[in-house]
Design a protein around this ligand. Structure first.
Ligand code: GCO
Ligand code: MG
Length: 402
């Protein structure tokens, strides 16, 4: 029996930060939830969905997930890109949610069932100075995490990616905050910081570090080499993601494992990294890469080259994406690790996810579908607020990758 899509709508809310949510309802009254959040460009996806995708969904068979995905991807003609793929991804998530609810099973069962007991996860720990960073790491280890991403400030700099500066920033009046970046200072400082962290935590804790696309290949190669004694679990996003050949050069110089992929939208963005075996972990977000359906293809392709998948899981994708990621993770043989940054308290009053954390591992919900409830009444109390990611500049004002 087909199940017909009767309505599809978009809800934008800001419980602690902005989220774009898709609600699809079938003729049987089954509700599916999808996430379409693109940090700093939220209203563009909302319009893409409201104006161009939702009207096309009405009357379609909700059970035909792959057919709808192909229809939206190929039928749009202007394919790929973060806005298009997040919008299609949100529809895909909502349709998997509906299928699970209709069949009365959690989504991971539809993906072949669990291949492991839980999903290894890493948390973020940041500190301007090393003692604060060590305290932040201890807090995560005490909470049960077995893996931590460590970021620190750089002496003499006002702001650094992912680390709150001790000095108050200039008011931005609705514009992106500007961060000042100095690659040489970073390359001189960070190996010592991570060595201190390694001696503090011992050998068994998995340590990760994110360079956020800011280095040239040869700078990245030097950093990878300098960090070899620290035995990182991975070094993330050392060079910008557009040039797949850049990591080939980095790879030739270092045995530090490399990860990249949070800004990718399709398998085409990571094919060269994977087939060239330039990376160890591919980090696409399940929603930003177009949903569960195409993410399965990325995962399988990566497995051919022993590349592991390690989905992006920041607080700027909603708990619906996190839940979808966990369903796919637990059913994916070549999973490496899942990022889990956590959510603002207000966000968890609107999104009610049923996944759980225990001793370093996340577990997807066993409820039918994705296992996240969305409280529409609570969401109304948090209207959209314009907000941007920071931009980075060198000291002379030249813009650089953030
Ligand atoms: C990560 C990321 C994020 C991004 C953010 C941008 O590794 O989690 O680098 O923190 O900066 O998702 O919106
Ligand atoms: Mg990152």
């Amino acid at each position: 029996m087909p199940s017909i899509i009767e309505s599809a709508e978009v809800i934008v809310c800001s419980p602690g930060r902005n989220y774009v949510t898709v609600k699809i309802v079938t003729s049987d009254g089954v509700v599916g939830w999808g996430d379409a959040t693109v940090n700093g460009r939220e209203l563009a996806v909302a319009s893409y969905l409201r104006d161009h995708v939702c009207p096309l969904l009405i009357g379609r068979d909700a059970q035909r997930i792959e057919q709808t995905w192909q229809w939206l991807y190929k039928g749009g003609y202007w394919r790929r890109g973060p806005i298009t793929m997040a919008a299609i991804g949100a529809v895909d998530l909502a349709l998997w949610d509906i299928k699970g609810k209709e069949l009365g099973v959690p989504v991971y069962q539809l993906l072949g069932g669990a291949v492991r007991e839980g999903v290894l996860t890493y948390a973020h720990a940041s500190g301007w100075e090393v003692p604060q960073l060590l305290d932040a790491i201890d807090e995560k280890l005490e909470a049960g995490y077995l893996a931590v991403r460590a970021q620190s400030g750089i002496p003499g700099r006002r702001s650094v990616y992912a680390v709150a500066s001790p000095e108050p920033g200039e008011p931005t009046n609705g514009f992106p905050p500007v961060e000042v970046w100095d690659t040489d200072a970073y390359l001189r400082h960070i190996p010592g910081v991570l060595e201190t962290v390694r001696s503090h935590v011992g050998d068994s804790v998995r340590l990760l570090h994110d360079a956020h696309h800011r280095l040239t290949p040869i700078e990245a190669a030097r950093l990878g080499k300098d960090l070899e004694p620290v035995r990182l679990f991975w070094l993330e996003d050392v060079t910008p993601g557009e040039n797949q050949e850049a990591l080939r050069l980095v790879r030739q110089h270092t045995t530090t494992p490399l990860a990249i992929g949070e800004v990718f939208n399709t398998i085409w963005d990571c094919m060269g990294f994977i087939s060239g075996q330039y990376i160890d972990f591919v980090r696409t977000s399940v929603m930003h890469a177009g949903g569960i359906s195409p993410s399965r293809r990325i995962n399988d392709y990566a497995s051919l080259y022993q590349v592991k998948v390690a989905p992006h899981g920041p607080s700027d994708v909603s708990p619906i994406t996190m839940a979808a990621s966990l369903h796919l993770d637990i059913a994916t043989p070549n999973l490496g690790i899942q990022e889990y940054m956590g959510y603002p308290r207000e966000a968890l009053s609107v999104f009610q996810p049923d996944y759980s954390f225990d001793k370093g591992y996340l577990h997807p919900s066993d409820a039918p579908g994705l296992g996240v409830e969305f409280d529409e009444v609570a969401a109304r109390a948090f209207p959209y607020e314009r907000s941007y990611l920071p931009v980075a500049e060198r000291e002379d004002g030249t813009p650089i990758d953030w």
